[in-house]
Design a protein around this ligand. Structure first.
Ligand code: ZN
Length: 160
């Protein structure tokens, strides 16, 4: 994966280009860790050799797997990065197009790129904190915790 930091005033914008064979969630997670991203959003287009999507089952609180075992266009990939127990967590949803024009979509669990995936990632000025939610069994964005993280961040910014 190649990346380039593009200056855009207060917010940091990155362009990431994945190559054939690279796995998207692992690549984005490694990038978020390396660049200490605590809050970001991203969009992408490109194509996958294969993918594993998930549909969140409300009863079992688990993702029902949706395997995609053919070459598909990435029509739309949207996601964010937030802190979960201090580590950046990548959350992405995707709509994929098959050769017959039909679309399949879901929560992106895993995908292998072929031949490219072009990601635009924007780092948010304020940190987004995720907390484990007992009812859903999911790590959801906690805006209250995020607000205090932001004020702590601005204090430490002033100290720097
Ligand atoms: Zn999801």
């Amino acid at each position: 994966m190649n990346s380039k930091r593009v200056n855009n005033g207060a917010e940091q914008r990155f362009i990431l280009v994945f190559e054939t064979g690279e796995e998207v969630i692992a690549g984005l997670s490694a990038f978020a860790l390396e660049h200490k991203l605590d809050a970001a959003s991203f969009t992408a287009i490109g194509a996958f050799h294969d993918a594993r999507l998930g549909f969140f089952d409300w009863q079992t609180k688990e993702y029902q797997p949706i395997p995609i075992t053919e070459q598909v266009e990435v029509l739309s990939l949207l996601g964010n990065v937030a802190l979960d127990r201090g580590k950046p967590m990548v959350h992405a949803h995707v709509v994929l197009g098959k050769a017959d024009g039909s679309a399949h979509g879901g929560h992106l669990l895993e995908a292998h790129v072929r031949p490219t995936l072009e990601v635009t990632l924007v780092e948010s000025p304020a940190a987004l904190i995720r907390r484990f939610d007992r009812e859903t069994g999911l790590a959801l964005i906690d805006l209250d915790a995020s607000a205090s993280a932001r004020s702590n961040a601005s204090v430490s910014d002033k100290m720097n």
